[in-house]
Design a protein around this ligand. Structure first.
Ligand SMILES: [Zn+2]
Length: 335
């Protein structure tokens, strides 16, 4: 699936770059008896392999995103699938011209994707719709409600046509959002997220609360982008690594969001250069230069302002790891 992509080169700053690295995203819900021991062993394997990224391990399974050479990724996939309970782990794969992580994080979490609702068993989740079935459903004209199970700042730069986009900033807020959303119980529900893991939990919650016809996009937006060329998806997809956004719809690349500074169409994010603010907002190159990477005049005057380096302005995640504490963790938790 990715072989042709290896040859794709992108013009960046006038230079041709070859996308020689592979980025994988994956999760698997399966009982892990001793998460601490499993994590320790896993971390050692990843260190020895020399890859970077972020892996969460818990009693309920594993949730990770990693990057390295295609050979390193192949070895890791084989390794994970050789472990009891992980034999059929699915991987979403993409290519990148740089490793989009500053380091390796591998740690134990109570929940591998945290919604803070106890007793949700993904085995009782919604019906999987494969990417082709999802597209057919959209084109069928059938009556349904489609829910974007991501944070609002993610859906802002891209989402499926007609999707409901909850005004939430973290995944924890979804249960409360559902209670006030007023979705009729008899309605057919379609839901999607980046790679599928958030739907694995949210679909269980919806079924428990009485919705019967609950369906989730298997493999999320990232798999849909590969298999169905992102049809009916507008804009791009936010990802939790240094790339920040990746293309989805191959035909329509028009930005759907607007630069918060200039008001012009934009689909890149920047972290406010005021480290005490660090707000993640949609910003164009012009907007970034105009405000020196800040979200407001007030932030521009802050004593905590990072020096503005135009070439690095849109690579905020490396900076987040260095500067960020709890705020960043909260964002990560909501993946
Ligand atoms: Zn700010």
């Amino acid at each position: 699936m990715d072989a042709p992509m290896a040859q794709v080169s992108a013009a960046v700053n006038g230079k041709q770059k070859i996308k020689m690295y592979e980025v994988i995203l994956y999760y698997k819900f399966t009982d892990v008896e001793d998460a601490e021991a499993f994590c320790k062993q896993h971390k050692q394997y990843l260190k020895d392999l020399g890859v970077k990224g972020r892996v969460y391990i818990g009693r309920e399974g594993i949730n990770g995103t990693l990057a390295g050479t295609p050979d390193q990724m192949d070895r890791y996939k084989k390794y994970l699938r050789s472990l009891d309970g992980f034999e059929d782990t699915e991987f979403k794969e993409d290519r990148a011209d740089e490793i989009p992580f500053a380091k390796l994080i591998c740690k134990v979490r109570d929940e591998i994707v945290a919604m803070h609702v106890d007793g949700l068993d993904p085995a009782e989740g919604g019906r999987y719709l494969e990417p082709s079935e999802w597209r057919q459903m959209i084109e069928s004209g059938e009556d349904y409600v489609m829910i974007d199970v991501r944070n609002h700042y993610e859906s802002e730069i891209g989402h499926f046509d007609g999707a409901v986009r909850p005004e939430v900033e973290t995944f924890y807020e979804f249960p409360q959002w559902l209670d006030r959303a007023g979705i009729p119980k008899e309605k057919k529900v379609l839901m999607y997220c980046t790679g599928g893991i958030r739907c694995e939990k949210f679909s269980v919650l919806m079924k428990k609360k009485g919705w019967e016809d609950v369906n989730q996009l298997h493999g999320g937006i990232l798999r849909y982008a590969k298999e169905e060329d992102g049809k009916h998806y507008k804009g791009k997809c936010f990802v939790f690594d240094d790339r920040l956004v990746v293309p989805v719809n191959k035909e329509n690349l028009e930005p759907i969001a607007r630069c918060e500074i200039t008001g012009q169409p934009a689909d890149s994010y920047i972290n406010c250069s005021n480290m005490a603010c660090n707000k993640l907002f949609v910003c164009s190159e012009e907007g970034a230069e105009q405000m020196e990477g800040c979200c407001s005049e007030e932030c521009r005057k802050s004593e905590y302002k990072r020096p503005f380096v135009p070439d690095n302005a849109f690579k905020p995640f490396r900076k987040w790891y260095n500067y960020f504490g709890e705020d960043f963790k909260q964002r990560e938790d909501s993946r």
